[in-house]
Design a protein around this ligand. Structure first.
Ligand SMILES: Cc1ncc(COP(=O)(O)O)c(C=O)c1O
Length: 402
């Protein structure tokens, strides 16, 4: 019996363990077994090409000092969920500063981008929207839909960044329900961006939700991600994380008064989960001040991206068409992607292979991410290592070359 066929049939703990064992075996056979690998303090960030700490803020002295001061002032934890006593002045100041920066009515704080997406979708789906989602949206968005309506919830998908497809599908939904168009500012596994103006134009009388986890802090003229590409009032909900450009953790939802109030009433991830630590809010506020104060961090990141793209072009490899800090190299086969990642690790570079189901079947890739931790010489050294590896491995070279 296959692993999937056994699901539901298992009644005893032995049978459940049997199902788990066969699922794990299947993952291994398909070269899809995931594993946790602890980072050590000796690992050199300069050669880490898989972190989302784009601006290096996790190590920034002002962010760390604010965290430390926050710990002394507030202690280690919030002690309760936000609606009980976990929402402190530090949280509220952070939320207000973000709302002013984005130009929205309200910002709510969540423990993670994953839970922020789930919370928003849960509430809006219960209110009656039918989500129509860009096919390449993040897992938390798909999972959020089932949080709201169970697994029978209506959901539509449009081809990635294909606004004709979106506009073709919208009227059918709009006949019976309010569509919620969902997309991302920067796509996490491809590094390409959505056309915000097209999405705003296309949504019609529906609602628009954007996840800007990889955009806020790094894209746009004032580093405000999608908010630099549109009037704030044209986008109904923006979610984002503090775990990437902000270098900390936690997340936000930026929206209007009514939707924010409804989230406070109904987003279970907000209501029933301990608030993140006030010291963490202070660290994020310090990061926000840095982002607002000067653009040198973003300029330096853009220089890294340009250099990376220049080096990539010289090798004529199948890099995705991306101008952001996410630069995926398409390999295709799972085992080959793992082999490539391993070969790079042996040369001291951390470049993680991303495989299905995170990306579509047959599109396993090395997802390189750029950050201010990397020096320009580390980027050049990476490409010299890539050239050497491909020189020695014809099968890999054939898979990656244009
Ligand atoms: C597009 C996107 N949305 C949401 C998330 C989740 O954010 P967090 O890490 O804060 O849970 C991620 C993280 O990988 C992401 O890439």
């Amino acid at each position: 019996m296959k692993a999937d066929e056994k699901i539901g049939a298992a009644k005893t703990s032995e049978q459940v363990r049997g199902v788990l064992a066969s699922q794990l075996r299947a993952q291994s056979e398909k070269q899809l077994r995931r594993k946790l690998t602890p980072q050590t303090q000796t690992q050199n960030r300069n050669y880490n090409f898989s972190s989302n700490d784009y601006l290096g803020l996790s190590q920034h002295s002002e962010v760390i000092a604010a965290y430390q001061k926050g710990l002394l002032n507030w202690g280690a934890g919030a002690g309760a969920s936000p609606l009980v006593t976990g929402y402190t002045a530090a949280h509220s100041e952070l939320a207000e500063e973000l709302a002013a920066w984005f130009g929205v009515d309200r910002v709510l704080l969540f423990n993670s981008g994953f839970s922020a997406n789930q919370g928003v979708l849960q509430v809006l789906v219960k209110a009656g929207v039918v989500p129509i989602i860009d096919k390449l949206c993040h897992a938390s968005i798909y999972d959020g839909v089932s949080c709201g309506g169970g697994f029978n919830q209506r959901i539509a998908r449009f081809q990635h960044n294909n606004y004709n497809d979106l506009r073709d599908k919208l009227p059918r939904i709009a006949k019976t329900a309010c569509p919620l168009v969902v997309s991302e500012g920067v796509f996490s596994m491809d590094g390409d961006t959505a056309d915000i103006a097209e999405l705003v134009r296309s949504k019609g009388s529906g609602l628009l939700m954007l996840d800007d986890a990889h955009g806020v802090g790094v894209t746009g003229k004032a580093s405000r991600g999608v908010f630099d590409h549109s009037k704030a009032r044209d986008i109904d909900i923006v979610t984002g994380t503090f775990g990437k450009a902000f270098g900390v953790a936690g997340a936000f939802v930026a929206t209007d008064h009514q939707i924010a109030d409804s989230l406070v009433q109904g987003a279970r991830h907000l209501i029933y989960s301990t608030a993140f630590a006030p010291a963490q809010a202070e660290a994020i506020r310090a990061g926000l001040q840095l982002l607002q104060r000067d653009q040198t961090l973003q300029l330096a990141l853009n220089q890294r991206i340009q250099l990376f793209k220049q080096c990539a072009a010289e090798l004529k490899l199948r890099f995705a068409d991306s101008s952001t800090a996410i630069q995926p190299l398409l390999v295709g086969d799972n085992a080959l992607a793992l082999r490539f990642s391993q070969a790079l690790a042996e040369q001291g570079f951390q470049c993680i292979a991303i495989r299905p189901p995170t990306v579509p079947q047959g599109t396993a890739r090395i997802r390189f991410t750029l950050s201010l931790h990397q020096s320009p010489s580390a980027i050049r050294a990476l490409f010299s290592a890539i050239a050497d590896i491909l020189e020695a491995d014809q099968e890999l070279a054939d898979a990656c070359r244009i």
